[in-house]
Structures are given as structure tokens and as C-alpha cells.
Write a protein that binds this ligand. Sequence first.
Ligand code: 5RP
Length: 262
Amino acid sequence: MPADLSPIDKAKFVAAKRAAKMVESGMRVGLGTGSTAAWLVRCLGEMVREEGLKITGVPTSSRTAALARDVGIEVISLDEARWLDLTIDGADEFDEKLNLIKGGGGALLMEKIVATASDQMVVIADGSKEVETLGAFPLPVEVIPFGWQTTRLLIEETLIGLDVLGRTTALRMNGEAPYVTDEGNHILDLHLNRIGNARQLSLVLNQIPGVVENGLFIDICDAVVIGHGDGRVEMRNLATGETTSESYDFVEDGNAFSDMTD
Ligand code: 5RP
């Protein structure tokens, strides 16, 4: 692990490193998607290879599945696992109640199914993801390709009656072609700027024909691990209200860090 990571990557890495300590042998673990979750998967792989950690992982995307197999984690499907002990995933935004916007990496559907099928969901994030009110990050909505333009119009019409500040929508692209999710769907990014009532918006969006799922995760996340570029990590547990912190020190010894507190 190079010590010359950018501050943002250090922040993501220390959050992932700390969250990996919550994983115990025998657990079925949901593995999130995105750059922060990729650090987690690498950390868990190292624990499997070097410390004898025995886990099965349920990935939330084909990208994460490939990485998990690469680093030595046994991968099973959610249908095989049925229920998970813990899911650890990144987020695009989280608020004080640990409600989230997810889907920046296009995996919101599998991420929501996996997180909901878990006893615990823990978000790992750098400090920039914390917001007072959700909505500055465009809200991803997964829609089926059939009639997606009609679905988009219905969404835009629905937004008129809702407590949001912006109402433009954009089809997510992958170069010249629409982005296609692992489930074969498209993503509409809703530029809302500020979401006044995230619970209501989530319910209303999911009632529109053609919408498969939206990126609002309401009452799903149990705890957040927030990393900072200087090695500090803060953990907040929603149920207990407890906040704890520790610190990692990056050293130039070929391995990235030493834990200063344990
Ligand atoms: C993927 C996600 C990611 O968790 C989210 O986009 C955060 O990504 P990153 O860790 O790269 O900032 O929801 O669908």
C-alpha cells in the first residue's frame, strides 16, 4: 500500500480499514461497490490471505465480484446466502439520520437489495459525503429501458408536486450509449439540489411504472465510518448514539499504516 495516496484516498482507505475490523470469521458479508468499497474488499482479501479470516462475500456488482475473487474472497450469490450478517458499502451522501444517496457507481439496485437483506449495514465514507440535507448529489433512479423516455416524463411531472429545489433529469451515458446496469437497466440522474422529504420522494418514485429502484436509502444504514486524510477515523452508531474515533498513521514502510490506538 503506497504511503503517497492522495488525502481523499487515504480517507477512504482508513474508513475501509476500520470497517474491515467489524468482520468476523463465519460471517456472510455484503460487499459494496465503488472506490471506497474497493478498499474494503482489498483489506478483507488481505485478512483472508494473511490472517485466516473465513468469510463468504455477496458482491453488489459484477465489478466487486471480480475484485473479491481476485483478492481471495469466496463469493456466493444472495440466493445462496439468503441473509447476511453485515454489509459494508460506500455512499454518495449521508445525513445525520444516516439516510443515504447511493448509486453514483450505478449499482444501487443490487446494493439496496443486499443491504436490506443484512442484519447490519455500515457505510464507509470520506468526510465530504456528510451533508445536512440530501440532494446536492444527483439522485440516481434505475429505470427499465422499455419506454424510459415516458418514465422520465412521468418522473419530471411527479417532481412538480414535491419538495425539491431542482427538477432536471439526465440519462446517464457511457460514452455515446446509455449506461447499462448489471441488471440491464438505465439510470436517470435527478438534479434536485435539495430534497425536503426524502422518505416521501423515495416512496413516490418507486410507484412510477418503469422505475425499478431509486438511490435513496432510508432507515437502512446502521452506522457510518468516516475517514479523514490525516488518518483519523470516526465511527457513529445510529442505535446507540455513540461516536468513537481513532487514528491511523501512514508510514513509508511498504505497508500503508500502523494503527495508533489499538
Ligand atoms: C455505487 C455507490 C457507491 O457506494 C457510491 O457511489 C460511492 O462511491 P465512492 O466510494 O467511489 O465515492 O453507491 O453505486
